[in-house]
Design a protein around this ligand. Structure first.
Ligand SMILES: Nc1nc2c(ncn2[C@@H]2O[C@H](COP(=O)(O)OP(=O)(O)OP(=O)(O)O)[C@@H](O)[C@H]2O)c(=O)[nH]1
Ligand SMILES: [Mg+2]
Length: 222
């Protein structure tokens, strides 16, 4: 059996990992998608939640700690991210990269660099961008497209690399707009012919990373 065949999804399970900086709404997004309070801010034990849809599909979501945390060295956070990805065995169909619509900071630019460094440049094939705080977009009468056009080049370039997989959600709304997120997930699966991010890809990323300067060394921190 070839690797590709082995790593094609079982259609009845969708595995997602939430990733992004601290406080951007990762856990809230997970709760919106699972339609229950599976993740809480205070309890780091709640790292995975799942639900079974009426059509038999099982949705499994892995929550993660924020990337830019002054209290925790970046490398430690990424080691934990690896563990969370491994817990989503045999591998996530998509990494939902979460940003808040209200700000895109240097920390977000750095987070994108770290994600590519740690999981490999090819990780963009599995990334889908989700903005939380869609309410403020609606408040200012803006569309997501116009917001993106006016945003920093690094964000625009990430979205291009993700093949335009981007949406916005309002986790505080009774109807947050989760359909848009599931459309993105389906798009990600389709773009990858149902092959998910697997252990072999991570092993390749580790090799790739070993040939590069250590980005998580504080000397290289921009
Ligand atoms: N207005 C608004 N607030 C949101 C939205 N999503 C999350 N929040 C708020 O943002 C804050 C942080 O949300 P969390 O879901 O805890 O963020 P997180 O990324 O999991 O945070 P860490 O786990 O600490 O990294 C909370 O006060 C949420 O209520 C949104 O769509 N709109
Ligand atoms: Mg959280």
């Amino acid at each position: 059996m070839s690797d590709d065949v082995k790593h094609v999804s079982d259609q009845s399970e969708i595995r997602l990992i939430l990733i992004g900086n601290k406080g951007v709404g990762k856990s809230s997004l997970g709760n919106s998608l699972l339609q229950r309070k599976a993740f809480t801010a205070s309890n780091p034990v709640d790292i995975q939640g799942s639900t079974q849809w009426s059509d038999g599909t099982k949705l499994v979501i892995g929550d993660t700690p924020g990337i830019a945390d002054p209290e925790i060295p970046t490398i430690k956070t990424f080691e934990e991210l690896t563990r969370r990805v491994e817990l989503l065995h045999p591998g996530p169909h998509a990494f939902l990269v979460v940003f808040t619509i209200d700000r895109f900071t240097q920390e977000d630019v750095d987070a994108i660099k770290y994600i590519k460094y740690w999981f490999g440049e090819d990780i963009t094939r599995y990334l889908a961008v989700v903005f939380t705080g869609k309410g403020s977009l609606d408040y200012h009468g803006q569309t997501l497209d116009t917001h993106i056009q006016k945003s920093r080049e690094e964000l625009q370039s990430l979205i291009r690399e993700c093949n335009g997989r981007v949406t916005a959600i309002n986790n505080r709304d009774k109807h947050p707009g989760i359909g848009g997120v599931f459309d993105l997930v389906q798009q990600t699966k389709k773009d990858n012919k149902d092959v998910f991010y697997n252990q072999q890809m991570y092993t390749n990323a580790v090799k790739e990373r070993q040939g590069k300067p250590n980005l998580m060394d504080t000397d290289h921190f921009s």
